[in-house]
Design a protein. Structure first.
Ligand SMILES: [Zn+2]
Length: 275
């Protein structure tokens, strides 16, 4: 079990699944350079390890979950998620979760929001939780052109059904005395990172502001699925610099599990040091 504390906030990494990433699908505009510069990190098939990690937080007397992984359904090109096994290993029942924060509303961050019961009826998987979602993120994806699009089953299955359980907020609101939102738009319009500050210690849960450590050197290598790749590169670059400047703990759900470390400057370059 990978667990760290940031002052009075406890952070436990819960693996939903590991993935193998193909740069030709993931960032086709930069795939040639990716392979040229980082080919030594690939496996025999030219694939690169990534993870989908959710984070369980204990903060200010509440239990929170940041992102809910891929979920139980078969999705083209993705494995099924295993978050319930990780929760069990951490001795946490889904009914104990008070708040769920979806950093944004993509398929690999909302999967366990809901499950289907034996009768095929959609139920929330966390029966007592309130979902905290950015209002602009919700409004963007709930537009009919996205909600009704054939490839967006996850919006119909995992996002729309939680409406009665969700509180829509702006990034200026604080989650509690230790937890804030850090607006990091670009990947999606309402994407947020989560800032943690307690007892003089700091951390950031980066969400999809960055998918892979190669972006430390190449913040402009935006994945194909960034809604605004220029804006996402700016958000990513800023988040890296802020983390390097004050040494806050870096918590990245798509970097290799558990995704805990620090961004440091070595000889003028930003470098990741895993915890
Ligand atoms: Zn993601």
């Amino acid at each position: 079990m990978h667990r760290i504390t940031i002052g009075n906030v406890e952070v436990t990494a819960l693996l939903d699944t590991n993935l193998l990433m193909n740069p030709r699908h993931f960032m086709p505009a930069h795939a040639d350079e990716f392979v040229k510069q980082y080919g030594d990190q690939a496996d025999a098939r030219g694939l690169y390890p990534m993870s989908i990690t959710c984070y369980l937080l204990r903060s200010a007397g509440k239990t929170l979950l940041v992102d809910t992984g891929l979920g139980p359904r078969s999705r083209p090109g993705f494995p099924k998620g295993q978050l319930p096994d990780a929760l069990k290993a951490a001795n946490v029942d889904p009914g104990e979760i008070d708040l769920i924060v979806n950093t944004h509303l993509h398929i690999d961050h909302v999967g366990w929001n809901t499950v289907e019961d034996e009768g095929g009826k959609t139920q929330v998987f966390f029966p007592k939780a309130t979902w905290i979602i950015q209002q602009n993120e919700w409004e963007y994806w709930m537009q009919p052109e996205f909600l009704e699009a054939p490839g967006n089953d996850h919006l119909r299955e995992c996002v729309a059904p939680i409406e009665g359980h969700a509180k829509l907020v702006s990034a200026e609101s604080a989650l509690d005395e230790h937890l804030t939102f850090i607006p990091t738009p670009g990947h999606t319009p309402g994407h947020v990172a989560i800032g943690i500050a307690s007892q003089g210690e700091r951390a950031v849960i980066v969400g999809d502001a960055s998918h892979h450590p190669v972006q430390l050197e190449h913040p402009d290598w935006s994945p194909a699925f960034d809604v605004d790749p220029v804006l996402s590169a700016e958000s990513r670059d800023r988040l890296f610099d802020e983390a390097a400047a004050d040494g806050r703990t870096w918590i990245a759900g798509h970097w290799q599990h558990p995704g805990f470390g620090r961004i440091v400057r070595l000889e003028g370059k930003r470098v990741f040091q895993a915890l």
